[in-house]
Design a protein around this ligand. Sequence first.
Ligand code: LCS
Length: 393
Amino acid sequence: MEKKSTGFNSKLIHAGAVHDELHSAVSPIYQTSTFSFKNADHGAACFSGEDDGYIYTRIANPNIRELEQAVAQLENGFDGIATSSGMAAVNVVYFGLLAAGDHMVSHNAVYGPSRSIMESLFPKYNVESSYVDATNPQNVIDAIRPNTKVLYVETPANPTIGITDLKVMAKIAHEHGIKLVVDNTFCSPYLQKPLDLGADIVLHSMTKFINGHADIVAGMVVTKTEADYKLLRGIMVNVGCNMDPQQAWLTRRGLKTLAIRVERAQENAIKVADYLEAHPKVEWVRYPGLKSHPQYELAKEQMSGPGAMISFEVKGGLTAGKIVMNSMQLALLAVSLGGVETLIQHPASMTHSKLSDQKQMEGGITKGLIRLAVGIEDVEDIIADLEQALAKI
Ligand code: LCS
């Protein structure tokens, strides 16, 4: 029986957990590909759905179900579908919601591969897409066509940290019979709950804040309705982009400390953003907790905190930026984010390098933009690291 937990922090610890009847293990791993049936009739009943017994790990597994139910409860959704990676979650949604002849409108600053897969693969299936700056709702309205079926946004966006108004997006989408899909990776459900703001589907790269320890790659889709859940689960199962039990177990373990990790990283990020903004060698800083962020008020309204992701550019553009990145001693020069360690990277030549120069510029991904994912180290050490790196310019 699942423990009754109502508060967010209690759900982080207990949601989805099922008591191990055999040994009362608190944290078992069901490292198995298949499950034996009691008899032939039981096997048939599991397949027909009359019995909810487990069949095969690609379809479902206790560790994976625990994680799916936990994240779904944290997002206030109907249920979750765990996937082998964040990109698998993105593609399960694309394949599930878009058919030949359909069109998708997306924010123009999204994780690079979320856009490049749509532009390189989906035209083969006669699915079209348009990319606009969704931080201005009029651009979205103008891009909608009679065949638009999906509105896809990331907020804060990777890597520009632009904020899109989710309540307004939901209103626009639903007035046009379109589904609103939100990639909530940069916030995690601790800072933002898109389904509560009107989204139909929320997805995550759990590689980031949800797991939080840079030791697995994983994704999750959470739906608001049972119909979308059934549709997308069927795709995950048949495409075969499931998680494995060990990966799910590690992610469920990481999830338990989500709140305290995000609180600490955010506390650090607020100080780092203030430090960078005051530095004479820094051209600009984009962070939702700074009053200089163009959507500072909106961020305060729809997020419960500004998070731990910062973008900035130093004076002297990319040449000077490379000196900073190459000089960091504590922070790692690495892609990814949302882990306990501070990471620095260059989106134009790394995470978003598959987009043409023109698409990068349209999306606000300038050549000199540096992305900093602030970790949970001592903030004095993170700032000292930046100080010595900036001094090398
Ligand atoms: N959505 C967002 C917002 C992401 O940042 C990423 C990965 C994904 C989806 C895909 O997730 P994955 O398959 O990697 O689990 N973002 C990365 C980044 O910014 N640096 O490295 C990966």
